[in-house]
Design a protein around this ligand. Structure first.
Ligand SMILES: [Zn+2]
Length: 418
């Protein structure tokens, strides 16, 4: 192929391909395109001032998108210039990505591939070092996060996840209602009131005042932080977390029964935690049979399971009066049972009933918090090798925000084209 034909295809403004050669790079055959700049003057990379004369120069190679099966490198002369304002700096090369020896087009593709592939896979695919791939991905995500729109959000949700072993927690702040639909806004360390300060500062006082509802779990520091920053907002306790407390109570009952159990029944009960805690409608086939047998032999478990299944109903009301009636009736059924864990649960609900009933007036989408929580845990598990907390946080945000997660491999490729 002729050099001027490649110049056309390459579409890098201000440069001409003057030579093509095939050499070995990174154990593979590579096309080396030699570029020559067309203009005579230079440009300071800091202040973009035009500069007539170069101070010194040397050749560099920039990895670009592969050409057919060949790795591709652009060989170009990089000039050092003496800028009257900035001193000794470099001539700007706009097609090079920030912080890496790759072209912007390749960096953009790498960042997109990282949305759907592991860093390791992208590194193998593009013949790049894993650290380079990670750095490119991180920088791209940082840019998106720094410039993301935050206006118009009306409902916020705050949740927490356990990170690693021990008592380390991170908090996740999401927008549940806003112009872009549910999205994850922020991931921060810790779960105390002071830990949330960073989020509020970033989100801004004015925007916090526009929040009408906050969806949180029954964790006091979140509630206090929320009410301090959004005095107008109403608290809604997240269904996902309330149900988790209920499942914990049911599991308590299961453990108590297991301790008491002997003989055949012990065999029936062992290893049934999952089917007992799952929603009955989701338990099918053999598991369903096992569940039915189990519940038919133990009255206490039967009762506890029934109460667990029916509690869900509380979120189906649009009237606070009827929801309260339902709850009172539910508690009434506990009276003659010896289900102590359930009584404790009912007490806790009683103390937080206001925040649960607020859902009657405002049906926020509750599924997002739960699914974001699951996805976040997945990211942490998969990215554990990195030990780069900031990278992990950004990856969680990206994974849990639909518009950021969208895979657009060719989106930024022609930024520098003519
Ligand atoms: Zn300058």
């Amino acid at each position: 192929m002729r050099p001027n034909c490649l110049t056309k295809l390459l579409r890098i403004q201000g440069y001409r391909v003057v030579g093509i050669s095939i050499e070995y790079r990174k154990g593979r055959e590579a096309v080396i395109l030699e570029l020559k700049r067309l203009g005579r003057s230079f440009e300071c990379e800091k202040c973009h001032r035009r500069i007539r004369k170069a101070h010194s120069s040397w050749l560099i190679e920039i990895q670009h998108l592969t050409l057919w099966q060949f790795l591709t490198f652009l060989r170009v002369r990089h000039y050092r210039v003496n800028c009257p304002t900035c001193g000794l700096t470099l001539d700007s090369l706009p097609f090079i990505a920030e912080g890496a020896r790759v072209s912007q087009s390749l960096a953009s593709l790498v960042a997109e591939l990282c949305k759907v592939m592991t860093v390791k896979a992208v590194a193998i695919f593009q013949c790049l070092h894993r650290g380079t791939v990670k750095a490119i991905d991180k920088l791209a995500m940082e840019k998106v996060q720094a410039s993301r729109p935050l206006d118009g959000i009306t409902v916020l949700g705050i949740d927490e996840i356990a990170v690693g072993k021990g008592q380390t927690y991170w908090h996740l702040v999401s927008a549940l209602e806003g112009p872009r639909g549910p999205e994850l806004l922020f991931v921060g360390e810790g779960r105390r009131k002071k830990h949330l300060a960073k989020f509020w500062k970033w989100f801004g006082k004015e925007r916090a005042r526009g929040i009408t509802h906050g969806v949180i779990d029954m964790w006091k520091p979140f509630r206090n932080s929320f009410l301090a920053k959004c005095p107008e907002a109403k608290i809604i306790y997240d269904k996902f977390h309330v149900i988790q407390h209920l499942l914990k109570a049911l599991n308590e009952v299961r453990k108590q029964e297991l301790r008491k159990a002997a003989g055949r029944f012990r065999g029936l009960l062992a290893g049934k935690k999952f089917i007992l805690l799952s929603r009955r409608a989701h338990v099918r086939g053999k598991a369903r049979e096992a569940l039915n047998t189990l519940l038919s032999v133990n009255r206490r478990l039967f009762k506890a399971h029934l109460l667990k299944e029916s509690f869900d109903h509380l979120w189906s009301y649009s009237s606070k009066t009827w929801a309260t009636k339902f709850f009172r009736h539910w508690v009434e059924q506990l009276k003659w049972s010896r289900l102590k864990p359930f009584r404790k649960f009912a007490e806790m609900i009683e103390n937080h009933l206001d925040g649960i009933l607020n859902y009657c007036d405002k049906k926020v989408s509750l599924g997002f918090i739960e699914s974001a929580n699951l996805k976040a845990r997945n990211v942490i598990r998969m990215a554990y090798g990195y030990r780069d907390k900031e990278y992990m946080k950004l990856k969680i945000i990206q994974t849990c925000t639909p518009w950021m997660r969208e895979f657009n491999p060719w989106i930024n490729l022609h930024n520098n084209s003519s």
